[in-house]
Design a binder for this molecule. Structure first.
Ligand code: GDD
Length: 261
């Protein structure tokens, strides 16, 4: 059966999550879904045995592969690499750490057949919001989300769980997608030429990371601010003084919260 769906997972030092993610994903997809789905890990040369872990899963018959990059690092560029090397028309990005529970993937894929872009959202009725996150992490997340609000109608533009149709990706101008930092979905939301009204949303409850560590760092936060500035200028124009005032006021609030709470 031809591959229709490609699930791309940026992974850095995620050996312990690879097996449970693969098993849970293909179980959730069922026999028919699994036959038309490939799973691609994009790893930045982790020295923790991730490659061997994927090879063991291949031997068990799972359609899973691992792309190892040796000269580049970064979540967003890893996702782009996986998308460009994928076979499917329906592309999904999710974290390795099971915070994006694989059981939501079949529903997201179904929505992706009706929408050019589907964002996994934690801001929907009945969804439990990041209940295990420490306060500082929630503050950073809310501040970052607030700053992106004027850019998109999506309720959770910070989400790393999303799907996009490959034909939409092909419409992006060469080199226009920011491959730095963590927030590639936000770039797609602002720069891919589909109507906001066509964006689909997939509610999901954030899972808990039990293995490995988050790679969020102050460098990632700075890259996010640089990305926001670029997107504001892209969307509203460099002369739009109001957008610059908004972004710098929000930046001030963000730094203030981060430092004092
Ligand atoms: N290849 C590669 N993968 C990376 C890199 N940095 C992080 N990753 C992978 O990207 C995924 C997300 O990284 P985490 O470090 O687990 O992210 P987080 O801090 O928990 O952030 C989460 O919350 C955000 C929402 O606020 C999400 O945007 C983000 O995707 C993630 O879910 C994980 O699978 C991780 O291994 C990198 O440099 N290279």
């Amino acid at each position: 059966m031809a591959i229709e769906n490609s699930i791309v997972v940026p992974a850095y030092h995620e050996k312990l999550n690879i097996k449970p993610l693969t098993e849970r994903l293909f179980k959730a997809l069922g026999e028919e879904g699994s036959a038309k789905t490939e799973l691609i890990f994009v790893d930045d040369n982790s020295k923790d045995g991730s490659v061997e872990e994927v090879e063991a899963l291949q031997k068990k018959g799972y359609n899973v592969k691992i792309i190892v990059r040796t000269t580049e690092r970064g979540l967003s560029s890893a996702v782009l690499k996986g998308f460009y090397e994928s076979k499917g028309e329906y592309l999904v990005c999710m974290d390795a750490d099971l915070q994006h529970p694989p059981e939501y993937v079949p529903e997201l894929l179904a929505r992706l057949r009706m929408h050019p872009f589907v964002i996994g959202t934690r801001y929907a009725a009945g969804v439990e919001m990041d209940k295990d996150w420490p306060l500082y992490r929630r503050v950073i997340s809310s501040g970052a989300r607030m700053m992106a609000k004027p850019l998109t109608v999506a309720s959770d533009p910070m989400s790393g769980f999303f799907g996009v149709q490959k034909k939409e990706l092909a419409k992006a101008a060469e080199g226009s997608i920011n491959a730095k930092g963590f927030k590639i979905a936000l770039d797609f939301l602002v720069k891919l030429p589909f109507d906001d009204a066509l964006i689909g949303e997939q509610p999901f409850s954030f899972g808990v990371r039990t293995e490995g560590e988050s790679k969020l760092s102050s460098k990632v936060m700075i890259l996010y601010l640089a990305q926001l500035k670029e997107l504001y200028v892209y969307k509203f124009g460099a002369q739009n003084i109001i957008s610059l005032i908004v972004i710098w006021s929000l930046l001030f609030l963000f730094v203030f919260y981060y430092l004092f709470f």
